[in-house]
Write a protein that binds this ligand. Structure first.
Ligand code: AMP
Length: 214
């Protein structure tokens, strides 16, 4: 089963994708994670996109399509969760063509709806475990008082360079201008399901399972 998690920054796509990986053996393909990895390891591509990402703008379609194309070559028995990809109409067309080339299809596109005020509150309070990527929130899920990640025991936590109000404003504008047209695109194909992304993590997970198991 191949699915897309669609939603603005901070909607909880990464958190839900990680749960699906753990519970259903699916493979998470996050272009944001791939780009951050390229950035921190200082590859030529990473250096090229670093300033664009920090400003909250989208990197070019050819770069992210190339990243996804590489990953689709690997093992995909459990199916893919596309997290943060596609983000533009050309990316969506490219994904459709790539899946077809691999003899597979898209099974569901899940739009996670969260209002803008909640996004700002979530993102400015967000940190992650440096070792396993577990997501924490200063208000709703603080880092444990012993300073150890509840998932892996890691002791280093980081905040994303683009998780600040200014960059978030740009990321939201990019979402509304370039990514939200995908809602209509997938609705027209009959692939779209929309869920409330505002609730507690397990409640949202249940809504996603409801779509996948229907
Ligand atoms: P994310 O972790 O998904 O919020 O992505 C972080 C940043 O990486 C975005 O703000 C963009 O700069 C870049 N990025 C990630 N995925 C894409 C994509 N599919 N298309 C263009 N830029 C992307």
């Amino acid at each position: 089963m191949n699915i897309i998690l669609l939603g603005p920054p901070g909607a909880g796509k990464g958190t839900q994708a990680r749960k699906l990986v753990a519970e259903r053996g699916m493979v998470q393909l996050s272009t944001g994670d791939m780009l951050r990895e390229a950035k921190s390891s200082g590859t030529a591509m990473g250096n090229k996109v670093a300033a664009i990402m920090d400003a909250g703008q989208l990197v070019t379609d050819d770069i992210v399509i190339g990243l996804i194309e590489e990953k689709l070559e690997g093992d995909h028995a459990g199916g893919f969760i596309f997290d943060g990809f596609p983000r533009t109409l050309p990316q969506a067309d490219a994904l459709g063509a790539l899946l077809e080339k691999h003899g597979t299809t898209l099974d569901a596109v899940i739009e996670m709806r969260v209002d803008d005020d909640a996004l700002v509150a979530r993102i400015t309070a967000r940190s992650t475990c440096g070792a396993c990527g577990e997501v924490y929130n200063d208000q709703t899920k603080p880092i444990p008082s012993d300073g150890k990640c509840s998932n892996c025991g890691g002791t280093e936590f980081k905040r994303r360079a683009d998780d600040n109000e200014e960059s978030l404003r740009t990321r939201l504008m990019e979402y509304y201008k370039k990514t939200s047209p995908l809602i209509g695109y997938y609705y027209a194909k009959g692939d779209l399901s929309s869920i409330d992304g505002l609730g507690e993590i397990n409640v949202v997970a249940k809504a996603i399972s409801g779509v996948l198991d229907s």
